[in-house]
Design a protein around this ligand. Structure first.
Ligand code: HEM
Length: 242
């Protein structure tokens, strides 16, 4: 007897559905593996992992939390960009408006600020965990170096973002920061000029920091994270008891 074709049958049987959902329901190990391996978002996780790698108290998921905060920062940062203009005349007022007049503006700004601080803490704790479990040893020494670069980029993202509200705290913090660069032997003056784009902090500095903060450094961080995650996989997954 022929079963009547339901709407669900027609949708799941259509060419459009099959072009997106390539494999059937994940009810067999083979289908589960195929779904993970063929999906751009899911394939970040390996199809199989060692049992010890599921122990939360080994990593405390600190690397994962760092990545999660980076995603939150990217999303809230893009939303803030709809209202923020990197101009010395407007930046401070824009930031006040985001807090007081923009729908969910205060929430977005606070999420951005808290996640920025959380990311610095999480990355630092993650690095400490990797150190204390000896996970920097071969074959993971290259990934440790990638991690150090990620740490530097995280600090630079934090530092460049600090100037953007263009309030007194920002202005003087970046004055101190760029003067530290200026104290470098021999090249000091050039370093300070390179950071500020001028002899003093002003419009050139703001646009420089803004471009680094919203485009250059996030792209570098995303690239390094891709390499970092790829290396974890190639080094045999998370380190564990030998
Ligand atoms: C934005 C910064 C970073 C992100 C998003 C990140 C992400 C991750 C993730 C998700 C893991 C998997 C294990 C876990 O969650 O602990 C991991 C492992 C690892 N990370 Fe990072 N990481 C970052 C920074 C660093 C830093 C600063 C270092 C060291 C200087 C580092 C060195 C390593 C090493 C060696 C492993 C392999 C650990 C093992 O096999 O036990 N990472 N990272």
């Amino acid at each position: 007897m022929r079963r009547e074709q339901t709407l669900a049958d027609r949708i799941t049987g259509s060419a459009v559905w099959r072009s997106v959902v390539r494999h059937g329901y994940p009810d067999t190990q083979r289908n589960q593996a195929l779904i993970i391996a063929s999906n751009v978002f899911l394939h970040i996780h390996p199809v199989k992992i060692k049992r010890y790698a599921t122990k939360v108290t080994y990593t405390f998921c600190l690397g994962g939390l760092s990545f999660f905060m980076f995603l939150v920062l990217t999303m809230t940062g893009v939303l803030l960009m709809f209202y923020y203009v990197p101009s010395t005349d407007q930046a401070y007022q824009n930031m006040r408006d985001i807090e007081s007049s923009v729908t969910f503006g205060q929430l977005m700004r606070n999420m951005h600020r808290w996640s920025a601080q959380g990311m610095v803490i999480a990355v630092f704790l993650h690095m400490s965990r990797v150190f204390f479990t000896g996970s920097y040893k071969p074959p993971r020494e290259f990934n440790w170096v990638v991690g150090v670069l990620l740490l530097v980029v995280t600090f630079l993202l934090s530092f460049t973002g600090y100037l953007l509200p263009w309030d007194q705290l920002a202005f003087w913090a970046i004055t101190v920061g760029t003067e530290i660069g200026g104290a470098a032997p021999l090249l000091g003056d050039r370093v300070a000029f390179l950071l500020r784009g001028d002899y003093q902090i002003g419009q050139s500095t703001l646009i420089r920091f803004y471009t680094l903060h919203v485009i250059f450094l996030p792209l570098v961080a995303a690239f390094l994270m891709a390499v970092h995650f790829w290396r974890i996989r190639k080094d045999g997954g998370i380190s564990g008891p030998l």
